[in-house]
Ligand binder design. Sequence first.
Ligand code: ADP
Ligand code: MG
Length: 351
Amino acid sequence: MRRLARAFVVLLATGLVFGLAGCERERAHNEKFLALGTIIDVTVYGTDEKLARQAAETLRDDFEYIHVAWNAWHPGTLGRINQLLPTGHAFTGSPSILPLILKSRELEEQSGGRFNPAIGNLIALWGFHSDEPPQGPPPAEDEIRRLVEAKPSLADVEIDGVTLRSINPEVKLDFGAFAKGYGIDLAVEHLRELGVTNAIVNAGGDLRAIGRHGTRPWRIGIRHPRAEGVIASIEIKGDESVFTSGDYERFFMWEGRRYHHIIDPHSGYPADNGSTSVTVLHHNAAEADAAATALFIAGPAHWHGVARAMGIRYVMLMDNDGTVHMNPAMAERIRFEIDPAPTVVLSEELS
Ligand code: ADP
Ligand code: MG
């Protein structure tokens, strides 16, 4: 519940749609509901109220379904797959989840194994699988080492049509870094089918926007990782997603150290390569979600190469000193909302 309360505050703080004014406000319809451990906020612009309501209802059903079906730890489509994978036997996986597995397998490879949804056992060992954030202590070192050395990967899952089989008993699928993005893409597809062309689907600050807000583009806020409110804003061009991964979302403090929920699969520990938060701007929400997680793990020294490998063209990374690293195309899109603006290090172009 605390997570939800915080998500709500973040949602208000990031504001997301700046400056809705006068008569335009009347044409923007907004609905919120809970799913995937956060608040889903749907804003539809320029339709009649009936269609806006219908759209929000449809999305509510979609996310309720996803919440159950794609949860690694509850009985449901993915929960069942996770029970069968360690047996080493072949079984029929639900066709609805196969595209997620195939897509994330590709992204795992592109990210050099940084984004790796097969490390569910590590995530559970740290306690980041539960609705309530863990309190510590951190798990035993030898347990962590054992799971890292088992090298679980989606490459260990053989897929033949709808038949799945894992050749590694330590593979457990957790789509916590991907389901929100994938779900938002499905939601946007659904909105378009309904005839909605201007909308934002926002899940706790991660979002995809399509169309415009009347005569103006959508302008959205990016949460400050170390202070209340917004650090920067960005104008959305037509159809784009903005996803942020940070060490502030879910963490516990233990003996003066911060242990957060983004686990580096190569060390088994919360990623410690110098990132505080990473924002990715990309057309597709699923890829943006996976990339934000992978680039956070890559850190200030390696994000550029990983972004290239993943086909990402707009990145903003804040490091542990508060310095912001961006590629030039991202810098052109970002407007800082704090004074003084942070120190910026520009990278080479990404595209
Ligand atoms: P958030 O959901 O807070 O925006 P992310 O998208 O970065 O943050 O997802 C973090 C979640 O993804 C964790 O709670 C965990 O379930 C899962 N996860 C953690 N580390 C990894 C990783 N290296 N690869 C894939 N999934 C991960
Ligand atoms: Mg992510």
